[in-house]
Design a protein around this ligand. Structure first.
Ligand SMILES: [Zn+2]
Ligand SMILES: [Zn+2]
Length: 252
């Protein structure tokens, strides 16, 4: 089978934000959200270990037509459970919203959509992650390069689901790879905060990605592939160096 998009370079984007988000002081909501407005990588240890948070809830937010496949969700849950130490469990909740307007989206619009629609925030001993499966593409896409997903806060990910669905490739494979890769970024991979690397595996030619070419965190891991009837074993996995980084932060 031929590659469908031989000339396209599919980019993953990675955005490092400081935690400086606009605050509303009049309603107290920001206290609720404060733990979820930090920079990328800042909650890696909290997500991986059971030091503070004993359970993890992941909220999938999408509008009708943009839910990832059930097989993607089931495999993703297993992937997370194999990495995190959460004695009180990992749950995935789904929130269906009215289709946001304004696509293609800028990162600020993606942040605004989160602010308007996210319902689960870190509280007590449960840490929360938000994933938006967007009904549109990223505004920076071009004819030769598209963004499939971005991890843009400590517990926030967007997957450009409309873009994934427009590709003539297997949905399960591209959804699973994109989702897991972006989650790897909120786990702090690779060397996101520049202070916790245990092995020298950050790719010098691709910022915050892994130098190991078959690793999930390689910059091109989510380039769509045309494997017939892909299964779990066709999804890139974390190489031993990335796994060691996660274990050093309390992961499994
Ligand atoms: Zn990436
Ligand atoms: Zn790696």
């Amino acid at each position: 089978m031929k590659t469908f998009f031989p000339k396209f370079l599919f980019l993953l984007s990675l955005l490092i934000l400081t935690g400086s988000c606009k605050k509303d002081d009049d309603n107290g909501i920001d206290d609720t959200k404060a733990e979820n407005l930090l920079g990328l990588g800042e909650s890696a240890e909290d997500l991986l270990s059971d030091d503070i948070y004993k359970s993890l809830v992941i909220e999938f937010v999408y509008s009708n037509g943009f839910r990832p496949e059930q097989e993607t969700i089931d495999g993703f849950r297993q992937f997370i459970m194999e990495r995190v130490n959460k004695p009180e469990g990992v749950s995935i909740v789904e929130t269906v919203i009215a289709p946001p307007e304004g696509a293609p989206y800028s990162t600020q619009e993606i942040r605004d959509i989160e602010d308007a629609n996210r319902t689960r925030y870190t509280q007590d001993d449960q840490i929360a992650v938000y994933v938006f499966f967007a009904n549109g593409s990223f505004v920076g896409d071009t004819n030769t390069s598209v963004t499939l997903g971005t991890a843009y806060r400590n517990t926030s990910i967007v997957v450009y689901q409309e873009t994934l669905q427009s590709l003539q490739v297997d949905r399960f494979l591209i959804e699973s790879t994109t989702l897991r890769h972006e989650f790897g970024h909120i786990f702090g991979l690779v060397n996101i905060l520049n202070d916790d690397i245990h092995t020298d595996h950050e790719d010098p030619s691709s910022n915050k990605h892994c130098v190991v070419e078959d690793c999930l965190m390689y910059f091109a891991s989510t380039v769509p592939k045309t494997i017939p009837n892909p299964t779990e074993k066709d999804i890139p996995v974390l190489d031993p160096l990335c796994l060691a980084d996660l274990q050093a932060k309390g992961g499994k």
